[in-house]
Design a protein around this ligand. Structure first.
Ligand code: TYD
Ligand code: MG
Length: 458
Protein backbone atom coordinates (compact mmCIF):
# COMPACT_ATOMS: atom_id res chain seq x y z
CA UNK A 1 0.00 0.00 0.00
CA UNK A 2 1.30 3.43 -0.85
CA UNK A 3 2.41 5.45 2.12
CA UNK A 4 0.24 8.51 2.72
CA UNK A 5 2.25 11.55 2.02
CA UNK A 6 2.18 14.26 4.66
CA UNK A 7 3.01 17.80 3.84
CA UNK A 8 2.84 21.18 5.49
CA UNK A 9 1.03 23.97 3.71
CA UNK A 10 1.34 27.62 4.67
CA UNK A 11 -2.18 28.90 5.30
CA UNK A 12 -1.21 32.38 4.33
CA UNK A 13 0.58 32.02 1.01
CA UNK A 14 0.02 28.37 0.17
CA UNK A 15 3.66 27.32 -0.12
CA UNK A 16 4.31 23.65 0.57
CA UNK A 17 7.07 22.17 2.68
CA UNK A 18 7.86 18.53 3.56
CA UNK A 19 8.89 19.63 7.07
CA UNK A 20 7.16 21.76 9.64
CA UNK A 21 8.86 24.96 10.61
CA UNK A 22 7.85 27.97 12.64
CA UNK A 23 8.32 30.47 9.87
CA UNK A 24 7.13 30.14 6.30
CA UNK A 25 9.94 30.46 3.73
CA UNK A 26 7.52 31.83 1.18
CA UNK A 27 5.93 34.78 2.97
CA UNK A 28 7.91 34.96 6.24
CA UNK A 29 4.73 34.64 8.30
CA UNK A 30 5.02 32.80 11.61
CA UNK A 31 3.04 29.75 12.67
CA UNK A 32 1.18 29.31 9.43
CA UNK A 33 2.18 25.76 8.47
CA UNK A 34 -0.62 23.23 8.87
CA UNK A 35 -0.30 19.54 8.16
CA UNK A 36 -2.34 18.36 5.20
CA UNK A 37 -2.56 15.11 3.31
CA UNK A 38 -0.74 15.44 0.01
CA UNK A 39 -3.02 15.55 -2.97
CA UNK A 40 -2.57 12.44 -5.05
CA UNK A 41 -4.08 13.98 -8.12
CA UNK A 42 -0.92 15.80 -9.15
CA UNK A 43 0.44 13.91 -12.16
CA UNK A 44 3.95 12.57 -11.66
CA UNK A 45 4.95 13.12 -15.26
CA UNK A 46 3.65 12.47 -18.73
CA UNK A 47 3.14 8.93 -19.83
CA UNK A 48 4.27 8.22 -23.35
CA UNK A 49 2.01 9.17 -26.16
CA UNK A 50 1.95 11.97 -28.61
CA UNK A 51 0.18 15.23 -27.96
CA UNK A 52 -1.43 17.38 -30.60
CA UNK A 53 0.07 20.53 -31.98
CA UNK A 54 -1.43 23.58 -30.23
CA UNK A 55 -3.55 25.70 -32.55
CA UNK A 56 -2.67 29.36 -32.83
CA UNK A 57 -4.76 32.32 -34.00
CA UNK A 58 -4.05 35.97 -34.80
CA UNK A 59 -4.14 38.67 -32.18
CA UNK A 60 -6.65 40.61 -34.21
CA UNK A 61 -9.88 38.70 -34.02
CA UNK A 62 -13.56 39.22 -33.90
CA UNK A 63 -14.01 38.44 -30.23
CA UNK A 64 -16.90 40.51 -29.02
CA UNK A 65 -16.76 42.63 -25.91
CA UNK A 66 -18.22 40.65 -23.05
CA UNK A 67 -21.78 41.70 -22.25
CA UNK A 68 -22.08 43.34 -18.86
CA UNK A 69 -24.86 43.61 -16.36
CA UNK A 70 -25.06 46.81 -14.38
CA UNK A 71 -25.79 46.43 -10.71
CA UNK A 72 -27.35 49.91 -10.47
CA UNK A 73 -24.93 50.66 -7.67
CA UNK A 74 -22.73 53.13 -9.49
CA UNK A 75 -19.91 52.76 -6.98
CA UNK A 76 -19.97 48.99 -7.38
CA UNK A 77 -20.02 49.23 -11.16
CA UNK A 78 -17.13 51.67 -11.11
CA UNK A 79 -14.99 49.16 -9.23
CA UNK A 80 -15.90 46.21 -11.42
CA UNK A 81 -15.15 48.23 -14.55
CA UNK A 82 -18.71 48.83 -15.69
CA UNK A 83 -20.82 45.94 -14.49
CA UNK A 84 -20.59 42.18 -14.11
CA UNK A 85 -19.40 39.92 -16.90
CA UNK A 86 -21.24 36.61 -17.38
CA UNK A 87 -19.00 33.63 -16.64
CA UNK A 88 -16.58 35.62 -14.52
CA UNK A 89 -15.48 34.81 -11.00
CA UNK A 90 -15.17 37.64 -8.51
CA UNK A 91 -13.48 37.26 -5.16
CA UNK A 92 -14.50 39.73 -2.50
CA UNK A 93 -12.18 39.75 0.47
CA UNK A 94 -12.09 41.66 3.72
CA UNK A 95 -11.96 41.43 7.48
CA UNK A 96 -14.82 39.62 9.21
CA UNK A 97 -17.69 41.97 10.02
CA UNK A 98 -16.67 44.63 7.53
CA UNK A 99 -19.87 44.24 5.48
CA UNK A 100 -19.17 41.73 2.70
CA UNK A 101 -22.39 39.79 3.22
CA UNK A 102 -24.36 43.00 3.49
CA UNK A 103 -23.14 44.49 0.23
CA UNK A 104 -23.52 41.22 -1.64
CA UNK A 105 -27.06 40.80 -0.39
CA UNK A 106 -27.89 44.34 -1.52
CA UNK A 107 -26.28 43.83 -4.93
CA UNK A 108 -27.95 40.44 -5.38
CA UNK A 109 -31.39 41.80 -4.56
CA UNK A 110 -30.86 44.63 -7.02
CA UNK A 111 -29.71 42.19 -9.71
CA UNK A 112 -32.56 39.80 -9.07
CA UNK A 113 -34.71 42.14 -11.16
CA UNK A 114 -32.65 41.16 -14.21
CA UNK A 115 -30.92 37.85 -13.39
CA UNK A 116 -31.80 34.61 -11.71
CA UNK A 117 -29.88 34.79 -8.48
CA UNK A 118 -28.86 32.20 -5.88
CA UNK A 119 -27.39 33.21 -2.54
CA UNK A 120 -25.66 30.31 -0.82
CA UNK A 121 -24.53 30.97 2.71
CA UNK A 122 -22.26 28.58 4.53
CA UNK A 123 -21.81 30.86 7.50
CA UNK A 124 -25.25 32.00 8.43
CA UNK A 125 -28.47 30.12 8.79
CA UNK A 126 -31.26 30.92 6.36
CA UNK A 127 -33.13 32.76 9.11
CA UNK A 128 -30.22 35.05 9.80
CA UNK A 129 -29.97 36.06 6.16
CA UNK A 130 -33.74 36.54 6.01
CA UNK A 131 -33.59 38.74 9.06
CA UNK A 132 -30.93 40.88 7.45
CA UNK A 133 -32.92 41.10 4.22
CA UNK A 134 -35.97 42.19 6.17
CA UNK A 135 -33.94 44.82 7.97
CA UNK A 136 -32.65 46.13 4.67
CA UNK A 137 -36.18 46.14 3.26
CA UNK A 138 -35.20 43.65 0.57
CA UNK A 139 -37.16 40.60 1.63
CA UNK A 140 -39.51 40.81 -1.35
CA UNK A 141 -36.69 40.30 -3.88
CA UNK A 142 -36.88 37.05 -5.90
CA UNK A 143 -33.55 35.64 -4.68
CA UNK A 144 -33.16 31.91 -4.03
CA UNK A 145 -31.58 31.53 -0.63
CA UNK A 146 -29.94 28.41 0.75
CA UNK A 147 -27.60 27.38 3.49
CA UNK A 148 -25.15 24.79 2.12
CA UNK A 149 -21.49 23.90 2.31
CA UNK A 150 -21.03 20.77 0.19
CA UNK A 151 -19.48 21.67 -3.14
CA UNK A 152 -20.92 18.57 -4.80
CA UNK A 153 -24.47 19.82 -4.09
CA UNK A 154 -23.65 23.34 -5.14
CA UNK A 155 -22.10 22.18 -8.41
CA UNK A 156 -25.19 20.12 -9.20
CA UNK A 157 -27.31 23.19 -8.51
CA UNK A 158 -25.18 25.33 -10.79
CA UNK A 159 -25.17 22.67 -13.51
CA UNK A 160 -28.98 22.71 -13.52
CA UNK A 161 -28.79 25.92 -15.54
CA UNK A 162 -31.31 27.70 -13.37
CA UNK A 163 -29.06 30.53 -12.24
CA UNK A 164 -27.15 33.41 -13.79
CA UNK A 165 -25.59 34.67 -10.58
CA UNK A 166 -24.35 32.61 -7.65
CA UNK A 167 -23.01 34.00 -4.38
CA UNK A 168 -20.85 31.76 -2.19
CA UNK A 169 -20.57 33.21 1.30
CA UNK A 170 -17.88 32.26 2.24
CA UNK A 171 -15.46 30.04 0.34
CA UNK A 172 -13.78 29.14 3.63
CA UNK A 173 -16.85 27.24 4.83
CA UNK A 174 -17.13 25.13 1.67
CA UNK A 175 -15.72 21.61 1.35
CA UNK A 176 -15.21 18.87 -1.19
CA UNK A 177 -16.19 15.53 0.32
CA UNK A 178 -13.39 13.65 -1.42
CA UNK A 179 -10.64 15.67 0.24
CA UNK A 180 -9.37 14.79 3.69
CA UNK A 181 -8.53 18.28 4.88
CA UNK A 182 -10.88 20.35 7.00
CA UNK A 183 -12.93 23.17 5.45
CA UNK A 184 -10.96 26.38 5.43
CA UNK A 185 -7.56 24.81 4.78
CA UNK A 186 -5.61 25.79 1.72
CA UNK A 187 -6.33 22.50 -0.10
CA UNK A 188 -10.08 22.73 0.50
CA UNK A 189 -10.36 26.41 -0.33
CA UNK A 190 -8.36 26.02 -3.53
CA UNK A 191 -10.04 22.85 -4.73
CA UNK A 192 -13.54 24.13 -3.91
CA UNK A 193 -12.90 27.41 -5.70
CA UNK A 194 -11.44 25.62 -8.72
CA UNK A 195 -14.56 23.44 -9.04
CA UNK A 196 -16.93 26.38 -8.68
CA UNK A 197 -15.02 28.52 -11.17
CA UNK A 198 -14.88 25.69 -13.70
CA UNK A 199 -18.67 25.28 -13.67
CA UNK A 200 -19.25 29.04 -13.65
CA UNK A 201 -17.16 29.41 -16.80
CA UNK A 202 -18.82 26.47 -18.50
CA UNK A 203 -22.33 27.67 -17.73
CA UNK A 204 -21.74 31.42 -18.07
CA UNK A 205 -22.66 32.03 -14.44
CA UNK A 206 -21.33 35.09 -12.64
CA UNK A 207 -19.79 33.79 -9.45
CA UNK A 208 -19.06 35.77 -6.31
CA UNK A 209 -16.79 34.20 -3.73
CA UNK A 210 -16.53 35.77 -0.29
CA UNK A 211 -13.20 35.30 1.46
CA UNK A 212 -12.22 36.41 4.93
CA UNK A 213 -8.82 37.89 5.44
CA UNK A 214 -7.36 36.38 8.55
CA UNK A 215 -4.25 37.44 10.35
CA UNK A 216 -3.79 34.38 12.53
CA UNK A 217 -3.44 32.08 9.55
CA UNK A 218 -5.96 29.62 10.96
CA UNK A 219 -8.02 29.76 7.82
CA UNK A 220 -6.65 30.10 4.33
CA UNK A 221 -7.01 33.68 3.24
CA UNK A 222 -8.29 34.95 -0.12
CA UNK A 223 -4.68 35.49 -1.23
CA UNK A 224 -4.37 31.85 -2.26
CA UNK A 225 -7.28 32.33 -4.67
CA UNK A 226 -6.23 35.56 -6.31
CA UNK A 227 -4.66 33.93 -9.35
CA UNK A 228 -7.71 31.74 -10.04
CA UNK A 229 -10.39 34.39 -10.25
CA UNK A 230 -10.96 37.15 -12.81
CA UNK A 231 -11.52 39.98 -10.39
CA UNK A 232 -10.35 40.56 -6.85
CA UNK A 233 -12.12 43.17 -4.77
CA UNK A 234 -11.17 44.08 -1.24
CA UNK A 235 -13.57 45.64 1.15
CA UNK A 236 -11.64 47.87 3.50
CA UNK A 237 -12.35 50.24 6.29
CA UNK A 238 -12.17 50.69 9.95
CA UNK A 239 -14.91 49.12 11.95
CA UNK A 240 -14.83 52.26 14.08
CA UNK A 241 -15.73 54.36 11.03
CA UNK A 242 -18.86 54.10 8.96
CA UNK A 243 -16.94 54.40 5.72
CA UNK A 244 -16.17 51.34 3.68
CA UNK A 245 -14.01 51.27 0.62
CA UNK A 246 -14.31 48.68 -2.09
CA UNK A 247 -11.09 48.44 -4.01
CA UNK A 248 -10.25 46.44 -7.14
CA UNK A 249 -6.77 44.96 -6.92
CA UNK A 250 -7.07 42.71 -9.94
CA UNK A 251 -9.51 42.91 -12.80
CA UNK A 252 -9.34 41.02 -16.07
CA UNK A 253 -12.30 43.02 -17.38
CA UNK A 254 -11.46 46.54 -16.28
CA UNK A 255 -9.06 48.88 -14.58
CA UNK A 256 -7.67 48.30 -11.12
CA UNK A 257 -7.13 50.83 -8.39
CA UNK A 258 -10.63 52.21 -8.72
CA UNK A 259 -12.41 52.60 -5.42
CA UNK A 260 -16.04 52.66 -4.49
CA UNK A 261 -16.96 54.45 -1.29
CA UNK A 262 -19.85 53.35 0.89
CA UNK A 263 -21.20 54.32 4.24
CA UNK A 264 -22.55 51.72 6.66
CA UNK A 265 -25.88 52.90 7.96
CA UNK A 266 -28.67 51.19 9.82
CA UNK A 267 -30.29 50.44 6.47
CA UNK A 268 -27.18 48.80 5.06
CA UNK A 269 -24.49 50.21 2.83
CA UNK A 270 -25.23 53.48 1.10
CA UNK A 271 -23.15 54.80 -1.77
CA UNK A 272 -21.11 57.93 -1.21
CA UNK A 273 -21.03 59.78 -4.48
CA UNK A 274 -18.82 62.67 -3.36
CA UNK A 275 -16.14 61.09 -1.17
CA UNK A 276 -14.02 64.26 -0.85
CA UNK A 277 -16.84 66.09 0.87
CA UNK A 278 -17.27 63.19 3.22
CA UNK A 279 -13.59 62.85 4.08
CA UNK A 280 -13.29 66.57 4.78
CA UNK A 281 -16.58 66.93 6.63
CA UNK A 282 -15.10 66.92 10.10
CA UNK A 283 -11.96 68.88 9.32
CA UNK A 284 -10.96 71.43 11.94
CA UNK A 285 -9.57 74.42 10.15
CA UNK A 286 -6.55 76.41 11.34
CA UNK A 287 -5.03 73.65 13.40
CA UNK A 288 -1.32 73.00 12.99
CA UNK A 289 -0.38 69.58 11.66
CA UNK A 290 -3.18 69.13 9.18
CA UNK A 291 -2.87 69.29 5.39
CA UNK A 292 -5.40 68.46 2.70
CA UNK A 293 -4.07 66.07 0.07
CA UNK A 294 -5.49 66.05 -3.43
CA UNK A 295 -5.10 62.33 -4.12
CA UNK A 296 -6.09 60.21 -7.10
CA UNK A 297 -7.89 56.94 -6.56
CA UNK A 298 -7.98 55.30 -9.96
CA UNK A 299 -9.54 57.86 -12.27
CA UNK A 300 -11.19 59.82 -9.52
CA UNK A 301 -9.67 62.63 -7.49
CA UNK A 302 -10.31 62.44 -3.77
CA UNK A 303 -9.42 65.05 -1.17
CA UNK A 304 -8.40 63.76 2.23
CA UNK A 305 -6.98 65.29 5.35
CA UNK A 306 -3.53 64.18 6.49
CA UNK A 307 -2.95 64.78 10.18
CA UNK A 308 0.42 64.80 11.90
CA UNK A 309 1.29 65.09 15.56
CA UNK A 310 4.83 65.58 16.81
CA UNK A 311 5.45 65.49 20.53
CA UNK A 312 8.53 65.04 22.73
CA UNK A 313 9.13 61.37 23.46
CA UNK A 314 9.55 59.80 26.85
CA UNK A 315 10.87 56.61 25.30
CA UNK A 316 14.42 55.64 24.39
CA UNK A 317 13.38 54.97 20.83
CA UNK A 318 10.77 57.50 19.75
CA UNK A 319 7.54 56.14 18.44
CA UNK A 320 6.49 56.36 14.81
CA UNK A 321 2.87 55.43 14.30
CA UNK A 322 1.04 55.59 10.97
CA UNK A 323 -2.58 54.92 10.10
CA UNK A 324 -3.59 54.80 6.45
CA UNK A 325 -0.16 55.27 4.94
CA UNK A 326 3.13 53.43 4.55
CA UNK A 327 5.42 53.33 7.56
CA UNK A 328 8.59 53.18 5.49
CA UNK A 329 7.58 56.20 3.49
CA UNK A 330 7.04 58.18 6.66
CA UNK A 331 10.55 57.23 7.82
CA UNK A 332 11.87 58.39 4.47
CA UNK A 333 10.12 61.76 4.65
CA UNK A 334 11.37 62.27 8.22
CA UNK A 335 14.91 61.45 7.14
CA UNK A 336 14.69 63.88 4.22
CA UNK A 337 13.34 66.64 6.47
CA UNK A 338 16.24 66.11 8.87
CA UNK A 339 19.06 65.58 6.41
CA UNK A 340 18.10 68.00 3.62
CA UNK A 341 16.13 70.68 5.42
CA UNK A 342 17.87 70.71 8.79
CA UNK A 343 14.72 70.12 10.85
CA UNK A 344 15.18 68.56 14.28
CA UNK A 345 12.69 65.76 14.72
CA UNK A 346 15.01 63.25 16.41
CA UNK A 347 13.63 62.61 19.87
CA UNK A 348 10.01 63.33 19.10
CA UNK A 349 7.21 60.81 18.75
CA UNK A 350 5.57 61.17 15.36
CA UNK A 351 1.98 60.15 14.65
CA UNK A 352 0.44 60.30 11.21
CA UNK A 353 -3.18 59.67 10.36
CA UNK A 354 -5.18 59.72 7.15
CA UNK A 355 -8.53 60.96 8.43
CA UNK A 356 -11.67 58.99 7.59
CA UNK A 357 -10.12 55.53 7.36
CA UNK A 358 -8.87 55.73 3.77
CA UNK A 359 -5.60 54.01 2.85
CA UNK A 360 -3.40 56.09 0.59
CA UNK A 361 -0.69 54.43 -1.44
CA UNK A 362 0.31 56.92 -4.10
CA UNK A 363 3.61 58.82 -3.83
CA UNK A 364 1.77 62.12 -4.41
CA UNK A 365 0.97 62.05 -0.70
CA UNK A 366 4.64 62.69 0.19
CA UNK A 367 4.42 66.45 0.00
CA UNK A 368 1.16 66.59 1.96
CA UNK A 369 2.75 64.47 4.69
CA UNK A 370 5.83 66.68 4.72
CA UNK A 371 3.68 69.82 4.92
CA UNK A 372 1.62 68.34 7.77
CA UNK A 373 4.82 67.46 9.63
CA UNK A 374 6.42 70.86 9.07
CA UNK A 375 3.22 72.54 10.21
CA UNK A 376 3.02 70.31 13.29
CA UNK A 377 6.64 71.08 14.18
CA UNK A 378 6.34 74.82 13.71
CA UNK A 379 2.86 75.18 15.16
CA UNK A 380 1.73 77.22 12.14
CA UNK A 381 -1.45 75.97 10.52
CA UNK A 382 -1.69 75.32 6.78
CA UNK A 383 -4.16 77.88 5.32
CA UNK A 384 -7.59 76.23 5.19
CA UNK A 385 -8.02 76.90 1.46
CA UNK A 386 -4.84 75.06 0.42
CA UNK A 387 -4.45 71.60 -1.07
CA UNK A 388 -1.12 69.82 -1.36
CA UNK A 389 0.26 67.09 -3.61
CA UNK A 390 3.65 66.00 -4.96
CA UNK A 391 6.24 63.29 -4.68
CA UNK A 392 9.45 63.81 -2.72
CA UNK A 393 12.82 62.37 -3.72
CA UNK A 394 15.69 61.49 -1.40
CA UNK A 395 17.52 64.74 -2.02
CA UNK A 396 14.43 66.69 -0.99
CA UNK A 397 13.37 67.57 -4.51
CA UNK A 398 9.65 67.81 -5.17
CA UNK A 399 8.66 65.76 -8.20
CA UNK A 400 5.80 65.99 -10.56
CA UNK A 401 2.82 63.67 -10.34
CA UNK A 402 0.19 62.71 -12.88
CA UNK A 403 -3.29 64.15 -13.39
CA UNK A 404 -2.76 67.61 -11.93
CA UNK A 405 -5.85 68.90 -13.76
CA UNK A 406 -8.19 66.41 -12.17
CA UNK A 407 -6.81 67.29 -8.76
CA UNK A 408 -7.27 71.03 -9.35
CA UNK A 409 -10.81 70.54 -10.54
CA UNK A 410 -11.85 68.60 -7.46
CA UNK A 411 -10.12 71.09 -5.16
CA UNK A 412 -11.82 74.02 -6.85
CA UNK A 413 -15.18 72.25 -6.68
CA UNK A 414 -14.78 72.01 -2.93
CA UNK A 415 -13.85 75.66 -2.50
CA UNK A 416 -10.07 75.45 -2.31
CA UNK A 417 -8.15 78.27 -3.92
CA UNK A 418 -4.46 77.45 -3.49
CA UNK A 419 -2.25 74.46 -4.20
CA UNK A 420 1.24 73.69 -2.89
CA UNK A 421 2.57 71.40 -5.57
CA UNK A 422 5.49 70.53 -7.83
CA UNK A 423 6.42 72.75 -10.71
CA UNK A 424 4.45 71.63 -13.72
CA UNK A 425 6.25 70.54 -16.88
CA UNK A 426 6.51 73.20 -19.69
CA UNK A 427 6.53 75.98 -17.14
CA UNK A 428 8.15 78.32 -19.70
CA UNK A 429 4.86 78.39 -21.58
CA UNK A 430 3.13 79.49 -18.40
CA UNK A 431 2.58 75.93 -17.28
CA UNK A 432 1.39 73.05 -19.40
CA UNK A 433 -2.03 73.60 -17.96
CA UNK A 434 -4.41 76.16 -19.32
CA UNK A 435 -6.14 78.68 -17.11
CA UNK A 436 -9.40 76.81 -17.45
CA UNK A 437 -7.88 73.52 -16.31
CA UNK A 438 -6.29 75.24 -13.40
CA UNK A 439 -9.82 76.11 -12.28
CA UNK A 440 -9.23 79.25 -10.20
CA UNK A 441 -6.51 77.64 -8.16
CA UNK A 442 -3.50 79.76 -7.33
CA UNK A 443 -0.41 77.64 -7.80
CA UNK A 444 2.42 77.78 -5.30
CA UNK A 445 4.89 75.53 -7.02
CA UNK A 446 7.96 74.30 -5.19
CA UNK A 447 11.06 72.55 -6.54
CA UNK A 448 12.58 71.59 -3.21
CA UNK A 449 11.25 70.98 0.30
CA UNK A 450 13.44 73.87 1.47
CA UNK A 451 11.04 76.24 -0.23
CA UNK A 452 8.13 74.92 1.82
CA UNK A 453 9.67 75.57 5.22
CA UNK A 454 9.59 79.40 5.11
CA UNK A 455 5.82 79.23 4.45
CA UNK A 456 5.43 77.87 7.97
CA UNK A 457 7.91 79.85 10.00
CA UNK A 458 6.50 82.05 12.71
P1 TYD B 1 -21.52 41.63 7.47
O1 TYD B 1 -22.05 41.96 6.12
O2 TYD B 1 -22.17 40.51 8.20
O3 TYD B 1 -19.96 41.43 7.46
P2 TYD B 1 -19.08 40.26 6.78
O4 TYD B 1 -19.95 39.48 5.90
O5 TYD B 1 -18.01 41.02 6.06
O6 TYD B 1 -18.51 39.48 7.90
O7 TYD B 1 -21.62 42.99 8.29
C1 TYD B 1 -21.82 42.95 9.62
C2 TYD B 1 -21.72 44.32 10.24
O8 TYD B 1 -22.44 45.31 9.57
C3 TYD B 1 -22.29 44.22 11.62
O9 TYD B 1 -21.30 44.61 12.52
C4 TYD B 1 -23.47 45.11 11.64
C5 TYD B 1 -23.27 46.00 10.48
N1 TYD B 1 -24.54 46.38 9.82
C6 TYD B 1 -25.02 47.69 9.92
O10 TYD B 1 -24.41 48.53 10.57
N2 TYD B 1 -26.18 48.02 9.27
C7 TYD B 1 -26.87 47.12 8.54
O11 TYD B 1 -27.93 47.46 7.98
C8 TYD B 1 -26.38 45.79 8.44
C9 TYD B 1 -27.12 44.73 7.66
C10 TYD B 1 -25.21 45.46 9.09
MG1 MG C 1 -20.52 37.51 6.23
Amino acid sequence: MAKTQRQYVCQSCGSVSPKWSGKCDGCNEWNTYVEEVANDTVPKGLSRGKGRMVEFVDLAGTSEKPPRTNTDFSEFDRVTGGGLVAGSAILIGGDPGIGKSTILLQVTCQLSKKLRCAYISGEEAVDQVRLRAARLGLDKSPVDLASATNIRDIITTMESGQYDLVIIDSIQTMYLDNLDSAPGTVSQVRASAAELIRVAKKRGITLFLVGHVTKEGQIAGPRVLEHMVDTVLYFEGDRGHQFRILRAVKNRFGPTDEIGVFEMQDKGLVEVLNPSEMFLAQRQKDIAGSAVLAAMEGTRPVLVEIQALVSPSSLGTPRRAVIGWDNNRLSMILAVLEARCGLQIGMNDVYLNVAGGLRISEPAADLAVAVALISALSGVAVPADTVVFGEIGLSGEVRNVSQAQARFKEASKLGFSRAIMPELPNKGKKSGISGADQANIKLMDVKHLNEVIPLFSE
